[in-house]
Design a protein. Structure first.
Length: 608
């Protein structure tokens, strides 16, 4: 992985490819390259480092090509070097391949091809694809690609060029997203619609085990087994402005400040104040099925896993249904017990997270009803689940998730409300929850106004290399998420713990040099948290508290307090996370880090 762009049409291709690559920079990458078809044959350039390095290599060179492919790589096999960058080329210099995913049997294929005389020049798994296609090429690039892929084990989203079949791109997908963009006398391919949105809003999302031949005039889709597929063209609803910074210095800050809007979008049309419940028709479950749910499993990774933990607290507290939150990456490798009445939710911003997809499919194989909670329309999770809920957060460009996290929590609160009203929650309580849900966007705006206070705290502590985050109850997952945000973008070591667990090990780390962020919200466990703060202060920790407005007591016990508005206990994570997002952001900026593209991370993790 990480990003693919392709174009075939009448325009000069290099500017289109380079622009597309820049749109994909947010995904995280370590090298970039392009391959184009000129009259004199296949030409390619690739370079380790940022796209600007590749751009400088291309400056001064004249390209007339109107067909080409390009790629940003996030290293899986082989270091991020010029040689290992995509595209990869066959022995004859006639075929170019870009690839997202992992070829799991590349060693065996490489050995067979080497015995047949193929010369390999990189450490990557992807290079095997170029040589496999070369091995079976007899004038028909489509059939050569089809045959090659029949031998491959693993995941792939690929785009292929050949000098022998000009004005044509062959693409295929298995487990790694690809989209075809339809234009007038031109067509596009990409791993992410943001790369081509400037040129077209008419797109077709390839499904797993599909491939396509794309020319300037049309495209045709078949399965890998050569069964014809009728394309389903969709129109992208969001605009180019939504993937621009809009005057903010970073996408992450823009997305933090978009949260009042995205939270309104997440609940728009989904609340029923009269009946005190939520409307979620996308779940595709009948009333009786919802009533008879006796167990819920959330499958997720990273930030989405933290959202699932919050959902566990909400659903168990309000609906009385047992909930398990599983790391998707581990779920698939054990023997999970799926009983009748178990509903599985796959949570993923991109809808393409490889571990979550694999876990979801394992749950389906075991007979579970699987639903999705995702952001991207047309994504694999959206297509492969039995139903689900879109979070409507819009494109999230910053690698560190912010607005998608809060939108996931908002959707989980709606699911909690719906299930609770079917069981033991009164009409009056349901209406109260809806009232507070409707107030959340405005209260997030109030929390965002504390940015200057947060920035001052960041200035005091940005040179520290270790942080501890503590929370209890429903705010424990917020502590986990706050610590994750800090380590993701500032490279400061940070750990989140349940506050009571501090005594069982982490307290050994506490001294006057250790900043500790404590979620000290006035809720059912507030007095317990105050006791934990006393334990910290006895060991001279520097405590930063996230507290409820009007709490004067807390300010006497800690060095710094950031206040958030009061809301229902179950909804506090939607507010308490805001200052933690801002703190991570300003710490990273002060440390000179690349906020939107933190090292070693990718936005959509499509490999295991």
């Amino acid at each position: 992985m990480c990003g693919i762009v392709g174009y075939v049409g009448k325009q000069k291709v290099v500017p289109i490819l380079m622009e597309g690559l820049k749109r994909l920079e947010y995904r995280g990458y370590d090298s970039a390259g392009i391959a184009v078809l000129e009259n004199k044959g296949l030409l390619f350039e690739k370079a380790a480092g940022k796209i600007s390095v590749l751009e400088s290599m291309l400056n001064g060179k004249k390209f007339e090509a109107t067909t080409g492919i390009a790629h940003t790589r996030w290293a899986t096999h082989g270091e991020p070097t010029n040689q290992n960058a995509h595209p990869h080329i066959d022995c004859k210099g006639e075929i170019a391949v870009v690839h997202n995913g992992i070829i799991e049997n590349f060693d065996a294929l490489k050995e067979v091809l080497a015995r047949k005389g193929h010369k390999f020049t990189t450490q990557t798994d992807t290079e095997v694809l170029a040589h496999l296609i070369e091995e079976y090429f007899e004038g028909d690039l489509v059939e050569a690609t089809r045959t090659a892929l029949s031998l491959v084990e693993g995941t792939y989203g690929i785009a292929v060029l050949s000098k022998k079949t000009p004005h044509q791109i062959v693409v295929a997908r298995h487990g790694s997203p690809l989209v075809i963009g339809s234009g007038e006398d031109e067509n596009f391919v990409a791993s992410d619609v943001s790369a081509i949105l400037k040129h077209t809003k008419q797109v077709v999302y390839l499904k797993d085990n599909e491939m396509a031949v794309v020319t300037s005039q049309d495209f045709s889709i078949t399965t890998i087994d050569n069964i014809q597929v009728t394309p389903h063209i969709q129109e992208i609803s969001w605009s180019l402005d939504m993937i621009e910074k809009g005057g903010y210095p970073h996408f992450m800050l823009k997305e933090i400040f978009e949260q009042p809007l995205t939270l309104r979008d997440a609940i728009r049309g989904r609340l029923n104040p009269i009946d005190g419940t939520a409307r979620l028709s996308g779940l595709n479950l009948q009333y009786e099925q919802l009533q008879h749910i006796n167990r819920i499993i959330f499958l997720a990774c990273g930030t989405s896993w933290h959202a699932g933990l919050i959902g566990e607290y909400m659903i168990e507290e309000n609906a009385g249904i047992p909930v398990e939150v599983e790391y998707a990456s581990e779920f698939r490798y054990r023997s999970p017990i799926i009983q009748e009445g178990t509903i599985v939710f796959a949570i993923s911003q991109s809808g393409e997270t490889a571990d979550t997809l694999a876990a979801m499919r394992e749950a389906k194989r075991k007979g579970a009803t699987v639903l999705g909670i995702c952001n991207v329309v047309g994504s694999s999770i959206a297509r492969d689940t039995d139903g689900g809920v879109y979070i409507h957060a819009g494109p999230e460009i910053g690698v560190a998730s912010t607005k998608a996290f809060t939108s996931q929590i908002m959707v989980l609160s709606l699911i909690s409300l719906l299930l609770a009203r079917m069981r033991n929650m009164s009409l009056e309580r349901g209406r109260e929850v809806i009232k507070h849900l409707q107030e959340i966007p405005e209260k997030v705006e109030m929390a965002l106004k504390k940015e200057d206070e947060v920035k001052k705290i960041a200035q005091l502590y940005h040179k520290k290399n270790n942080f501890l985050y503590l929370g209890r109850g429903i705010n424990f997952p917020v502590a986990l998420e706050g610590a994750l945000k800090l380590k993701e973008i500032s490279y400061i070591h940070a750990e989140g713990y349940p506050a009571a667990e501090m005594k069982h090990g982490p307290i050994a780390l506490i001294d006057e040099n250790m900043p500790v962020v404590v979620l000290a919200i006035k809720d059912a466990v507030y007095d317990k948290v105050l006791s934990n703060i006393e334990e910290l202060k006895a060991r001279r920790a520097r405590v930063i508290a996230i507290a409820t407005e009007g709490d004067c007591e807390i300010s006497k016990k800690v060095e710094h307090v950031i206040y958030i508005p009061k809301t229902l206990d179950m909804l506090t994570p939607l507010l308490s996370i805001i200052p933690l997002q801002l703190l991570a952001y300003h710490m990273a900026v002060l440390r000179g880090c690349n906020v939107d593209q933190p090292r070693n991370l990718a936005k959509s993790v499509t490999v295991e």
